[in-house]
Design a protein around this ligand. Structure first.
Ligand code: ATR
Length: 286
């Protein structure tokens, strides 16, 4: 007789609003196929006013899901409504991975680890610098600043259009973080070994002001966590200034690995085929 667990469909989700453009289903369903699992990874769109009811239904296990990913704008709500948050979620205040265990909802955050894994892979040695500049002070910035502090960088400079929001990151993450207004970017970026864009500037080809990347350290690395388009205006500026540029696709791929392992029980691989599949999909749209 076959074990019932072998035949039971394992269902996971990506929860967002909107969620139409998410590439996560492409990634997870590729791994499901590659590993020959009986599973599915589905998009779920829930409006903010219905999010509490969604989590309650999930917890009651009526939904049939083992867990899933959470994206904008529900990451903070996921952290607030989960029964158990790990240390990373508590520090960042947002969760991107949920799973059920004995009727309790657990939350984790793999964005920070995904960000670090991407830079380690695509710009090894990037963390030798002590000075990093992070543009933006929203949800994505919190994961990046947390990750940089974890890695032990001694100066993390947050530049943001609204100074108060940058200051909130200083309050949250402490003395190694410094807040600046966008117009001081010229002084802040001087000698920096890493620049990370966490704003939506440049997404979908929107305009970006000229940034003084030539003032960074000569081996400086510029990372844009946006991956649509693949070659963002910020990455193009970085290349023109002769700096190493790293796109956002690596972070997307690396943050997906631990969630998949949690729900489906096997650690998946980021293969060249998978990377090419996502690149083709992004390039088709942009
Ligand atoms: P996310 O969760 O994706 O980080 P968010 O919390 O809305 O999104 O944060 C968006 C970030 O992009 C903020 O730092 C925002 O700056 P403000 O705090 O001043 O709003 C920044 N941002 C968005 N559009 C921008 C623009 N046109 N110019 C400069 N910064 C912008």
């Amino acid at each position: 007789m076959r074990d019932s667990r072998e035949t039971q469909l394992i269902r996971a989700f990506i929860l967002g609003f909107p969620v139409k453009h998410s590439r996560s289903p492409l990634i997870h369903n590729y791994w499901i196929r590659q590993l020959g699992l009986h599973g599915v990874y589905e998009k779920i769109e829930v409006a903010p006013e219905n999010i509490r009811a969604f989590f309650d239904r999930l917890r009651s296990s009526e939904s049939g899901f083992v867990g899933g990913n959470v994206t904008i704008p529900h990451k903070e709500a996921a952290a607030a409504y989960a029964d158990h948050c790990d240390d990373v979620v508590r520090e960042i205040g947002a969760a991107n991975v949920l799973w059920l265990e004995n009727g309790r909802l657990y939350a984790s955050n793999t964005d920070a680890a995904g960000f670090l894994a991407c830079l380690d892979e695509e710009a090894p040695g990037w963390d030798k610098t002590q000075r990093a500049v992070v543009m933006g002070a929203g949800g994505a910035s919190r994961s990046v600043v947390y990750a940089l502090r974890q890695r032990g960088l001694s100066e993390i400079h947050v530049v943001n259009r609204t100074l108060d929001r940058a200051q909130e990151l200083v309050d949250r993450f402490g003395a190694k973080v410094h807040a600046h207004q966008m117009d001081s970017i010229g002084e802040v970026i001087a000698g920096a070994g890493l620049f990370v864009n966490t704003t939506s500037l440049g997404m979908g080809g929107s305009n970006v002001p000229e940034l003084p990347f030539d003032r960074m350290a000569s081996n400086g690395v510029v990372n844009d966590i946006i991956y649509t388009p693949r070659l963002t205006p910020i990455l193009m500026q970085a290349a023109r200034a002769g700096r190493v540029s790293v796109g956002g696709l690596g972070m997307l791929l690396h943050q997906a690995v631990p969630g998949f392992e949690k729900w489906f029980g096997q650690r998946p691989e980021i293969t060249d085929t998978l990377r090419q599949m996502i690149i083709s999909d992004v390039d088709r749209e942009t």
